[in-house]
Design a protein around this ligand. Sequence first.
Ligand code: TXA
Ligand code: MG
Length: 351
Amino acid sequence: MQNEVNTLETVILSAKDVNVAEIAAEYIKQGQLVAIPTETVYGLGANGLDETAVAKIFEAKGRPQDNPLILHVADSADMQTLCYNIPPSAYQLAQAFWPGPLTMVLPAKDFIPKRTIAGNTTVAIRCPDCAVTREIIRLAGVPIAAPSANISGKPSTTTAQHVYHDHAGKLPLIVDAGPCRVGVESTIIDLTENPPRLLRPGGVTLEQLEQLLGKITVDKAVTGSIAGDAVVKAPGMKYRHYAPQCQVVIVKGSRQKAAQYIHTHITPTDRVLCFAEELDLYRDCAPLSYGKETDPQTLSAGLFAALRELDKPGITKVYARCPEGGGLARAIQNRLGKAAGFHVIDAEESL
Ligand code: TXA
Ligand code: MG
């Protein structure tokens, strides 16, 4: 299978091209891989009900078999087709946030292949806020299983070019809808527990969820490292993730103190990943900005492209600045934290 999947000609088609949804849906029905755009990140999609097609996703990504996939649906009504014992909160959330960057974990019906859900009894489902992708799902007539389209462990894919870089030759089609608006993967909430559990922070914030549902447990994998052999609710959260090849260190503290710390420790092969407002402070160190601190949406949209830019041989360490607080900043703290193995230096205390 390795040879078969690595010799395909990979075509990038614009989401605006006529018939692109039909072409993509046809590939999905044939059991092939198609990269699909979403508002969060690009996904590596396949028919979620076809074990053989789903196996191609795991192989292309080098994804551990114990890490289940999200099923993407075109409409919230599809929730009843795939899940049972659906609590009222699921309908409330779908009403409030779908289509959008929210994934719900619910009890899985028996016909969903074990490979898709990695042998679990639950399934993660989400309805993406991307018209062309919902149309592909509708035309294919099946839910599309799609992890983020990066090679496992690498920063996620927020452009069609990122997907091409990681997977050219392994799939026939990438559907290009431009850079992803949200830029970090969906929020995941497990509704099989009471209170519900936040497994991954994302574009729908904890505050928004709490406003609707009341108390929510935040899984410990959201804010810290998890041992490789630990049993966790979202297996994807325990692996080193999102990381460039070099070490990443988060430097926390005021702008001035952080700059002082970084200037004291930086070597010529290190880089600085900072906010746009800080570029002037690092003029001599080839700084890279990933967005504005005052506008977290720009940070989430820019984070993975920046981490990919820093994924180059010759770079030894990245000193990264990370926004504080709640809301969307939580998702950025989680992704940067994981890229850094949650290695944080407090510049206020470490000079
Ligand atoms: O925004 C997104 O969610 C993107 C786009 C493509 O939709 N997809 C995505 O998929 O991020 P992936 O595979 O990279 O991350 C899915 C996460 C993993 O951490 C996985 O362990 C977790 O969801 N997951 C999947 N099914 C689960 C389940 N039944 N219970 C708990 N966690 C689950
Ligand atoms: Mg992923």
